[in-house]
Design a protein around this ligand. Structure first.
Ligand SMILES: [Fe+2]
Length: 266
């Protein structure tokens, strides 16, 4: 199974197809009893049961802003070494409020107190040994999970796969990653279409909203052990940029870019 695993979404090796209609999504993400039904936001035309990409409401508090992952702007030119930090000079920090304004949510848990397998595809989220993880699972409706390890010794064609994770893409669902060990970088585009690099480490649970342009890479440690969670049946398909006409991208722009821009101008 692991040979088609990718970190940024377990994007399988099949070429992206476009399941963008509500009807098609209904087939791939059937509702379950555990899956909360979210009301369609008034400001968008989202199908009714997609992930709660616009809220961080949960009984598990998000850490204070000072405890969010380090994040910074990357240089505008293409980076020659994707695993390097790639900071600007001088460094330009990206704050927790700025990350939240892009639709990113964050929590911190303690995986070191529990035992997780290096590889489990799938991994039953009902098997969670961590009460905090269980609570997040239940409150946010995460009904699927698996656990992977991206490391040269465990992932065939490691360097090739790592390069493939770095393709800029979106998904038509929220991307949820809980880092059980190791570290890596999620890069996301900000409102100015600049790359923001987010350094995720052990204990970080981060969500990227559907439709956000992003990519992933391991860092120079070359190792990350992560749990991937999903609401409903997992669909990892990446839609590589450009895909501005994709329903999820249009929703994201309307929800997080256009409206925020208007507020800033107002
Ligand atoms: Fe992804």
């Amino acid at each position: 199974m692991i040979n088609f695993i990718t970190m940024a979404g377990i994007e399988d090796d099949t070429p992206p197809t476009k399941p963008s209609t509500t009807e098609e999504k209904d087939k791939t993400n059937p509702p379950t009893e555990e899956q909360p039904v979210e009301e369609t936001p008034e400001t968008s035309e989202r199908p009714s049961k997609l992930p709660k990409t616009t809220t961080t409401s949960t009984m598990i508090p998000s850490p204070p802003d000072s405890s969010w992952p380090d994040a910074w702007l990357m240089p505008p030119d293409e980076c020659s070494d994707q695993k390097a930090p790639n900071r600007r000079s001088p460094n330009v920090t990206v704050t927790a409020p700025q990350l939240r304004s892009l639709g990113i949510s964050y929590w911190h848990l303690d995986p070191s107190s529990y035992t997780y397998p290096p590889l489990a595809v799938p991994w039953n989220p009902q098997d969670s040994p961590d009460p905090k993880l269980s609570q997040l699972r239940d409150e946010r409706g995460y009904s699927y999970a698996d656990i992977i390890t991206v490391h040269p010794d465990t992932l065939p064609e490691y360097e090739k796969k790592v390069k493939s994770f770095f393709e800029e893409h979106i998904h038509d669902a929220e991307e949820i990653r809980y880092i059980l060990g190791g570290s890596g970088y999620f890069d996301v585009r900000n409102k100015e279409d600049e790359w923001v690099r987010i350094h995720v480490k052990t204990g970080d649970l981060i969500t990227l909203p559907e439709g956000i342009y992003h990519r992933f890479t391991v860092d120079e440690g070359d190792s990350i052990h992560a749990m991937r969670l999903f609401i409903g049946q997992p669909v990892w398909t990446p839609f590589n940029r450009p895909c501005d006409e994709h329903e999820s991208r249009k929703w994201y722009v309307k929800e997080f870019l256009e409206e925020k821009k208007e507020e800033a101008e107002g």
